[in-house]
Design a protein. Structure first.
Length: 125
């Protein structure tokens, strides 16, 4: 899948009222442009409960800033799975800031990323 595919898919999911999970695994062709499309989807969805980005080597702190920002206004997504990516301490900080605001998210998985000893503190501050 590429950015050209991500746009119509995320646009379609914005108006869909039945899909509750969106799994986007192992798509190395997606760029930060797709992260923008996904953040817009997260901001506007009312039915999406779980978003899964596992195994994406291109998911980095730039992606996370967009996704975390969307999650500060989202009131439906309950689970974000972002394992096996390149999320670092800046991404952890963005998620920490989001968690201070978002009262809906119940699961945030960040296994096997590039978060150092600084990251967990950023998540809890």
């Amino acid at each position: 899948m590429t950015d050209d595919h991500a746009k119509p898919i995320t646009n379609g999911l914005k108006i869909n009222t039945t899909v509750t999970q969106f799994h986007l695994e192992s798509n190395p062709s997606l760029t930060a442009q797709s992260a923008h499309y996904l953040s817009e989807l997260i901001k506007s969805t009312k039915t999406l409960k779980k978003v899964w980005f596992e195994g994406k080597p291109n998911v980095n702190d730039e992606w996370i800033v967009l996704i975390a920002s969307a999650l500060t206004v989202d009131r439906s997504v309950r689970e974000i799975i972002m394992n096996h990516s390149r999320i670092g301490d800046e991404g952890a900080k963005a998620f920490g800031e989001m968690l201070a605001i978002n009262q809906t998210l119940t699961t945030l998985c960040l296994f096997n990323n590039q978060i150092t000893d600084v990251g967990p503190k950023a998540l809890t501050d």
